[in-house]
Design a binder for this molecule. Structure first.
Ligand SMILES: [Zn+2]
Ligand SMILES: [Zn+2]
Length: 137
């Protein structure tokens, strides 16, 4: 079982995730922009049991945890899942490839759709993906 390690910017908070992620995505929503300071967030989602914080102290805002020293993102913990930003993982570059994009209506106009990634105007619709997703090949 693959184990991936990660940390915040100052490396005070360290964590690991075990096994392969459930899914890997990109989100252009306002919350992801504001919390990352970047035009979009790229993340991988694991079952919450797969996520283990090893060291450090975090604070939480809107389910997102941050290092209390450097403010670096650690994980979003909600609904039995742990969403980890790809950029917080130690392996650079990672072997994780996003297969969907959320809130593409907020995507910067200088960015194109990621080839092969399902496109969602807003949030993911798990129950009726075919009606909302357009797979680009
Ligand atoms: Zn830190
Ligand atoms: Zn988002």
């Amino acid at each position: 079982m693959p184990i991936r390690s990660g940390s915040c910017l100052c490396r005070g908070v360290t964590f690991r995730v075990s096994g392969e992620p459930l899914r890997v995505g990109i989100c252009h929503c306002t919350d992801c922009r504001k919390s990352s300071g970047a035009p979009f967030a790229a993340y991988a989602v694991w079952p919450i049991e797969a996520f283990e914080q090893e060291t450090g102290y975090t604070s939480t805002y809107a389910n997102r945890t941050f290092c209390t020293t450097c403010g670096g993102r650690v994980a979003w913990l909600s609904d039995g899942e742990a969403e980890v930003t790809i950029g917080s993982l130690d392996e650079v570059p990672t072997d994780l490839v996003p297969d969907y994009e959320l809130w593409v209506k907020r995507r910067e106009h200088w960015l194109g759709p990621l080839p092969g990634a399902a496109q969602f105007d807003q949030d993911r619709h798990e129950t009726e993906p075919a009606a909302y997703a357009v797979a680009l090949k």
